[in-house]
Structures are given as structure tokens and as C-alpha cells.
Design a binder for this molecule. Structure first.
Ligand code: ATP
Ligand code: MG
Length: 349
């Protein structure tokens, strides 16, 4: 371990003592004993005195203080060698206290982060098991009833098997969402960015969701006719997931017989803004900031009845952020909600 020594302390002590001894010599020799002053003798004496004092003070400093400071550094850096070992160790007390303070601050920050993570882990585990429990028990219920004899009735058998299958599908959907979230969070998500036409992607998603929309008689439309392609850059599959999640929400939480309007707006010079607006139940202000948290649902019973686990918007946010783009929400309670996000536009060729 390197030690940067300081000699200033020993130097100044020796200097003060030398000046003091000159004054003392002058006082005793000249004032008290009235003897003539020998400049030569005085000079040699002072030089020897200064050097000896300097060596003695420096030696003791190193022995009693520097070694201990070194020990403190060693003790502290055992905990995290990378924090302090990079810079040469200074024996100067000021920098030692500065370093130790910095070290303590770092540690405090780390402890805070670890606590946060630990809380998140606990909450996450609790949420996951809670979400899995409901469909699992449903499936188990139907299977038990079937094996208890309901299996003999053809009508009930089919109905129950279908319901059990729905439960399994729900479980699969949750596990898929969890898998995607953990992939994104462990930054395993590699984006396959490429130019694509957002208008035709939206049309495809509209078609895929047609049945779902029909069930609640929701109309999915563009704000105007886009008869020209709007080319953007992104991972098509992931953006399709974003659009699906947002559109499914607009169907689920939009009103019956409602309308979802999609707008593609030129935002800044090389950006488009895709807006998805419904005229449904809307979201109160106090919930808006938390919507993108995992498992967050405004109305748990309603969301569950719609088959939601609260992961949809968390996934949307992760994907948009992985693209270095932004997502916004505007909503008025009882009037409707508008979710919008930006995408990079392909420069005109
Ligand atoms: N368009 C919307 N209008 C009103 N509320 C919405 C809308 N979109 C989302 N929300 C509210 O935000 C909550 C979180 O949405 P999110 O998509 O993350 O979860 P979910 O739809 O409940 O479940 P999942 O999407 O995982 O199936 C919803 O439960 C709902 O309360
Ligand atoms: Mg959703």
C-alpha cells in the first residue's frame, strides 16, 4: 500500500523550536550572562538542532500517526477495496477524514439501495404468488369438481374443462408477462431495431383485437385516413406489444359501445407521437403517477374481472424506455384517457 507522506508538520515544528531556541540562547547568553554571541556557533547549533528535531518529530509522526492512519485505511478498504485503493493514501488528516466521510456516504447509499431492492423483492414475490393463486385455485376447483363426478355429465364436463382451460391460459399469460419483465429488467432485452411502417402495424393490431373489441362493442379507428406510410425506427415485435397492451386497455377500461381513436402526429423534426385515446372510465389524478408500476391497478376487482394483473403498462414503459423514447398519460376521470409515446422517425430520403 502506497503512503503519501507529509513533511510539513515536522518542518514547521522544527522551525518553531529552532526560532524559540535562538531566542532562548540570545536571552541566556547575551541578556543574562552578558557573553558575546558567536554567530558561527549559533548557525551550526541551529542547523543541527533543526535537523535533529525534524528527524525525531517525523519519525514519531510516522510511527504513531501515519501507521495508524494506514491501518484505518486498510481496515476500511477491506470492506470495499475498490473504493479507496485507487488513489495513493495520504497521511494528511484532512484528506483522511474526507476519504472516510466519502466512504461512509457511499456505504450509506449502498445500504439504502440494498434496502430498497430487498423491499421490492419482497413485494414482488408477494404480488406474483397472489396473482398466480387466483387462476390456479379456479383451475383446481373445476378439476376437483370434475373428478368428484361432474365428469359424467357431458354438458358440465365441457363447460368446466373450458373454464379450467381459461384459467390455464390466464396463468400462461401472467407467466409470459413476468418472463418478459424479468428479461427487460436484467437487460436481457436486445432490441432488433429496424425501419417499419407504423400505420400498417397499427392496422394489423386493430385486426388482431377485432374480436376483443367487438365483445364490448368498442370501435378502433384512426383520427384520419393515413393513406401514406409513416416510417419509424424500432423493434417491430416489441412495439406491437406496446400497441396491443395500450389498445387492450382502451377496450377493457373504455366504455361499452365506446371508441378508441389512434392519432399519429409529427412531433419534433425526427419524432412521431402515437396517441391512443378512449372515452372510458378515465383515471383519477392520484393514480396516474403509479400506473406504470408493476401490479398497480386502479380498481383491483374491476381489473381482475377483466383479466388484468397490472403488468401491461409496466411492460409498455420498459419497452419505450429501452428505445430511449418517452411515454405520457393524460386522463380525466369519467371522461377518458389518452396514452401517447414517441418513436424515432425515419429521415426523408
Ligand atoms: N385506458 C385506460 N383507462 C382507464 N384506466 C386504465 C387504462 N389503462 C390502464 N388503466 C388502469 O391502469 C391499471 C394498470 O394497467 P395495466 O395495463 O398495467 O394492467 P392491467 O390492464 O390491469 O393488467 P394486464 O395489462 O397485465 O393484463 C389498470 O388496472 C387500470 O386500472
Ligand atoms: Mg393492461
Amino acid at each position: 500500500m502506497k503512503i503519501k507522506k507529509t513533511y510539513a508538520f515536522a518542518f514547521w515544528i522544527s522551525l518553531y523550536l529552532s526560532i524559540f531556541s535562538i531566542i532562548l540562547y540570545y536571552f541566556i547568553d547575551y541578556v543574562l550572562l552578558k557573553l558575546p554571541i558567536s554567530i558561527k556557533f549559533l548557525a551550526i547549533f541551529i542547523i543541527i538542532f533543526f535537523i535533529t528535531t525534524f528527524i525525531v518529530v517525523q519519525y514519531n509522526l510516522e510511527k504513531f500517526i501515519f501507521q495508524r492512519i494506514k491501518k484505518i485505511y486498510e481496515d476500511v478498504s477491506i470492506l470495499d477495496a475498490s473504493d479507496l485503493n485507487k488513489t495513493p493514501i495520504s497521511s494528511d488528516i484532512n484528506s483522511l477524514s474526507r476519504d472516510v466521510e466519502k466512504f461512509a456516504e457511499n456505504k450509506q447509499e449502498q445500504i439504502k439501495q440494498l434496502n430498497l431492492r430487498e423491499n421490492y423483492r419482497k413485494e414482488f414475490l408477494g404480488n406474483v404468488s397472489h396473482e398466480l393463486k387466483t387462476p390456479l385455485f379456479t383451475v383446481q376447483g373445476y378439476l376437483l369438481t370434475l373428478s368428484d363426478g361432474a365428469v359424467n355429465d357431458k354438458l358440465i364436463r365441457e363447460k368446466y374443462l373450458q373454464r379450467a382451460n381459461k384459467g390455464v391460459e390466464r396463468l400462461i399469460a401472467i407467466v409470459k408477462d413476468l418472463d418478459l419483465i424479468s428479461k427487460i429488467e436484467s437487460s436481457d432485452l436486445t432490441l432488433n431495431k429496424q425501419p417499419f411502417n407504423i400505420v400498417s402495424l397499427l392496422q394489423e393490431v386493430f385486426e388482431l383485437l377485432e374480436m376483443k373489441a367487438k365483445k364490448r362493442n368498442v370501435t378502433l379507428i384512426f383520427d384520419k385516413k393515413y393513406d401514406y406510410p409513416v416510417m419509424v425506427i424500432g423493434d417491430v415485435e416489441r412495439i406491437e406489444q406496446v400497441l396491443t397492451n395500450l389498445l387492450v386497455n382502451s377496450i377493457k377500461y373504455g366504455k361499452l359501445d365506446g371508441t378508441t381513436v389512434v392519432t399519429i402526429e409529427l412531433h419534433k423534426q425526427n419524432e412521431v407521437l402515437i396517441k391512443i385515446a378512449d372515452n372510458g372510465e378515465g383515471i383519477k389524478k392520484q393514480h396516474q403517477a403509479r400506473l406504470f408500476e408493476r401490479f398497480y391497478r386502479v380498481d383491483k376487482s374491476r381489473s381482475r374481472e377483466q383479466g388484468g394483473s397490472g403488468l401491461g403498462l409496466a411492460i409498455v414503459k420498459h419497452i419505450i424506455e429501452a428505445h430511449n423514447e418517452s411515454i405520457f398519460v393524460k386522463s380525466e376521470y369519467k371522461k377518458g384517457s389518452e396514452f401517447s409515446f414517441t418513436l424515432e422517425k425515419v429521415e426523408k430520403i
